[in-house]
Ligand binder design. Structure first.
Ligand SMILES: Cc1ncc(C[n+]2csc(CCOP(=O)(O)OP(=O)(O)O)c2C)c(N)n1
Ligand SMILES: [Mg+2]
Length: 430
């Protein structure tokens, strides 16, 4: 078996074969020698291949392995009781130290948490009243979603899942527009281009490929755009997850993949989903860095995702972040979670709630007093009331909308179906 030649190795000396002496062969080799694509026979310079992880690790003065592997424990800046985690206990490893975000940024983020939780509760009530068709709860996962939206700049793109309504709202989309999707009265309530937020993907992991495509296009055009793609723990078993991460790594694209590990894919626990030591470790196989963060610690998330987006912007992406969190409610209103998880398990996570943790910290920092708390609650209540009132009105729907916007020029079949429906409706009215 011959040894494979590496890009920097000397080309092997060629032994002339009897054929190469023939006039025809000599003529051909002369053509090759003068052709524009002729193989350059001069020895290549000794250029070692550039391995992105090696280059990236130099920024931190650490080994490529230490750069790519996630920290040995979850990155945490605030303990569940709201106390800052001392550096000594956190045991920061080189390349894994993260600063505490400013109190101002945390206060802004805290307000989004409170609004997100209130809208979530409102939606659960609307579903029970039959005013909303389906709602995948984000209760417990608000910190991941607020931080994902807040770490992006104006030219960046967010690619959320069905569960990430709080991320979409935190990027500035009106809750009324977000929830019209879950009411089932329109394909999607907002213009993705206006907010640079993709529609919430229901087919698992398709949005990761879209995020990679947008990042690729931006890189080719020389645009300053980072994409952040969100998915769940279960989604990491999908083939699209592999294709998205591999393509992003091969082309060194500015994509931050955020996996919200909430422990379950509907009723399937993580232990039945993967044999990987952690989901963050999956990054290493693709040649990108992985990080694991407490997904209920808003401060840590803002810091880890903020740095991740910065690295992507500097051309040092892609990156994978696994956020350890928990879905406090059932998968959707169509699910009964008492059939597959113990109540004690759910109660354990109450103590790790992302909102009370941040509230305690901000109160201790004298950044949040009763008056400020009251103001935030009133704002959240007003938003819930507006949503409630809007959802109480019957939407005016035109069944012919089913056929509009499918193609710029409707096909013959669509026209036929549209005519059939029109005929049926006119007979119903008569
Ligand atoms: C391609 C595809 N396969 C299956 C489903 C059905 N499905 C909907 S949600 C879900 C579980 C996803 O779990 P996870 O990725 O952990 O996200 P979570 O719901 O916990 O946020 C499944 C299997 C789907 N929507 N799309
Ligand atoms: Mg999950």
């Amino acid at each position: 078996m011959s040894e494979p030649t590496s890009p920097g190795s000397e080309p092997a000396a060629e032994t002339p074969t009897p054929d190469s002496e023939a006039p025809e062969a000599q003529e051909n080799s002369a053509i090759e020698a003068t052709a524009p694509n002729a193989v350059d026979e001069t020895p290549a310079e000794d250029t070692a291949p550039v391995i992105p992880a090696v280059e990236a690790s130099k920024n931190f003065g650490i080994t490529p392995e230490a750069y790519m592997l996630p920290a040995t424990s979850e990155i945490q800046l605030l303990a569940p009781d709201g106390q800052p985690v001392p550096d000594s206990e956190q045991g920061p490893e080189p390349g894994h130290e993260y600063p505490m975000p400013s109190t101002e940024q945390l206060l802004k983020a805290y307000e989004k948490l409170v609004v997100g939780r209130r809208i979530n509760d409102q939606n659960m009530a609307l579903v029970r009243q039959g005013r909303m068709a389906v709602y995948p709860s984000s209760h417990g996962q608000e910190a991941c979603q607020v931080a994902a939206a807040m770490c992006l700049g104006a030219n960046d793109w967010l690619f959320p899942t069905y569960r990430d309504s709080v991320a979409v709202m935190s990027r500035g989309v009106d809750p009324l527009e977000v929830m019209s999707t879950f009411r089932g009265d329109w394909h999607g309530g907002f213009d993705p281009r206006e907010y640079k937020v993709s529609i919430q993907a229901t087919p698992l992991t398709t949005q990761l490929l879209h995020a990679v495509g947008v990042a690729h296009a931006a890189k080719l055009r020389g645009e300053d755009t980072v994409t952040l793609a969100m998915c769940g723990d279960g989604a990491t078993s999908e083939g699209d997850f592999h294709e998205a991460l591999n393509f992003a790594a091969v082309f060194q694209l500015p994509v931050l993949f955020l996996v919200q590990n909430n422990g379950y894919a509907i009723s399937v626990p993580l232990s039945s989903q993967t044999h990987a030591p952690t989901l963050a470790h999956k990054a290493v196989g693709y040649g990108m860095a992985g990080e694991r963060v407490d997904g209920n610690d808003l401060a840590a998330l803002l810091s880890v995702l903020g740095r991740g987006v910065d690295l992507c912007r500097q051309g040092k992406g892609p990156l994978l972040v696994e956020a350890m969190t928990y879905r406090m409610q059932a998968h959707t209103n169509a699910d009964d979670d008492t059939r597959y998880r113990e109540r004690d398990e759910v109660s354990e996570w109450v103590a790790k709630d992302p909102i009370t943790r941040m509230q305690r910290y901000l109160t201790d920092q004298d950044a949040l007093d009763d008056a400020a708390s009251e103001q935030i609650s009133t704002h959240a209540e007003d938003m819930a009331k507006r949503l409630r009132e809007a959802m109480a009105t019957k939407p005016e729907l035109d069944p012919q909308d089913l056929f509009r916007h499918v193609y710029s020029e409707p096909t013959t079949q669509l026209r036929e179906q549209s005519d059939l429906l029109a005929d049926e409706l006119s007979r119903e009215e008569a």
